[in-house]
Design a protein around this ligand. Structure first.
Ligand code: PLP
Length: 424
């Protein structure tokens, strides 16, 4: 292995040798005064694909030209619009097409999936999740318990040990084994949004199944970031949003995964809507719900074509690049940013920041969270003023996400320069 260097020439050389370097041109970077922008907020809102405007414009044109007939006559018929997204979305999460559908938004999908997969019965009532889960997930879990007439005591949270930042997987295992036949469901973020810790989803799924629990993952910070094999791992269900690593517009559409083993399982209860109804008979409009096989059976409403047009533009980019190449650059780019942060940190021993994201690259994706002691917020404000897009999470964490499709090694170098100046 060659050694990283904190200098512009080195960063530029890395960019020259980057097989994904041309992908940067496929995205639009925000403007920031007269300064070059370092966009490390792709874990909050990914950048806009240049093609998105064209695809949205085409749907507006077809709507203007065809009116209601556009459902069948537009260039990408709205009636089946979501179907053209399925294979590309499935490839991103390591699923078979029958296991995936793009629909609704993330929190909605979590509820819909929990209605089917959280079925407390007898003493098997508990849900295991990570402490300090993303707030929306906490509200989902609590309100699902209430919906079943259960108190919050049925929610079991796993925390890092005292004085540590990350959850130990051996603790997770112990807890799953202890809960045993009281455990109904494990619902965890595949990547923790705050620390960037990546969980071993294959292992957690096997552990959950070994005690008879269902296992689902919120992949908001994992889809388009981590190399996933949801089918192989045997995960029961999962959901993710389209607008973080997947660059598909603010509030854009979400994806769901339901394992193939349930594709024809009519015994699962669900909240149904007409778009989940067997499409060959949908327009007979008869009473009595007959679901589409697979994930499509969880759709409620007809497809929001305009946001799906953006998603189509983004998925095409992922399809072209492939998750394998994306994953390789993710690891290399994130390691380079880590090296830069360490270098700045050692050169300024008066300032103290600590990387709370795992240093093991098999335990993280393209996110680094730094915990800043003391003047954290003012340091964050100072780098923001210099054109760095990062985000601040109370009480003292700066999150940075170098996205492999559009960030460069030069971005990491520039970030180091800005950080160095801000510290001084
Ligand atoms: C971003 C995010 C959400 C957001 O949910 P929406 O329904 O898309 O607003 C939920 N959960 C997690 C873990 C997230 O990271």
């Amino acid at each position: 292995m060659f050694k990283f260097q904190n200098c512009l020439d080195f960063a530029k050389k890395m960019d020259e040798n980057d097989e994904l370097k041309s992908y940067r041109e496929k995205f639009i970077f925000p403007c920031f005064k007269d300064k070059p922008v370092v966009y490390f907020s792709g874990n909050s809102l990914g950048l806009q694909p240049k093609k998105a405007a064209l695809y949205v414009q085409e749907e507006l044109e077809d709507w203007a030209s065809f009116g209601v007939e556009g459902h069948l006559l537009s260039r990408r018929p709205w009636y089946s619009y979501h179907e053209q997204l399925t294979e590309m979305a499935a490839a991103i999460v390591g699923a078979k097409p029958i296991e995936v559908v793009v629909t609704h938004s993330l929190t909605t999908n979590l509820h819909l999936l929990m209605v089917s997969f959280y079925r407390p019965q007898g003493k098997r009532t508990k849900i295991l999740c990570e402490a300090k889960a993303f707030p929306s997930d906490q509200y989902v879990l609590e309100s699902q318990l209430l919906f079943h007439g259960l108190s919050k005591d049925h929610l079991v949270e796993i925390s890092p040990r005292k004085g540590e930042n990350l959850i130990r997987e051996e603790d997770l295992q112990t807890l799953i084994e202890q809960l045993g036949d009281e455990l109904a469901l494990i619902m965890i973020g595949g990547v923790n949004y705050y620390t960037g810790q990546l969980f071993d989803m294959k292992r957690i799924t096997a552990l959950g199944h070994s005690v008879g629990a269902k296992v689902g993952f919120d992949l908001a910070h994992a889809a388009g970031n981590i190399n996933l094999e949801l089918h192989e791992w045997g995960v029961d269900f999962a959901a993710w949003c389209g607008y973080k690593y997947l660059n598909s517009s603010p509030g854009g559409v979400s994806g769901i995964f339901v394992h193939e083993r349930y594709a024809f399982d009519l015994s699962l209860p669900r909240f149904a809507g007409w778009w989940g109804y067997d499409k060959t008979k949908r327009f007979k409009m008869e009473a009595g719900f007959e679901p589409m096989p697979g994930a499509e059976g969880w759709q409620l409403s007809n497809a929001p074509v305009l946001t799906m047009a953006v998603h189509l533009a983004a998925l095409e980019i992922f399809h072209q690049a492939g998750m394998k190449a994306i994953g390789e650059k993710r690891d290399s780019l994130t390691s380079y940013l880590e090296y830069i942060i360490d270098d700045v940190s050692t050169r300024n021993n008066s300032c103290s920041f600590e990387l709370i994201t795992p240093r093991d690259k098999t335990k993280r994706g393209s996110q680094l969270s730094i915990s800043v002691k003391g003047q954290g917020k003012s340091l964050f404000d100072a780098i923001s003023k210099e054109g760095v897009f990062a985000d601040w999470r109370e009480p003292n964490v700066i999150r940075l996400a170098p996205a492999p499709l559009y960030n460069s090694y030069e971005d990491c170098f520039r970030f180091g320069e800005v950080l160095q100046t801000a510290i001084q």
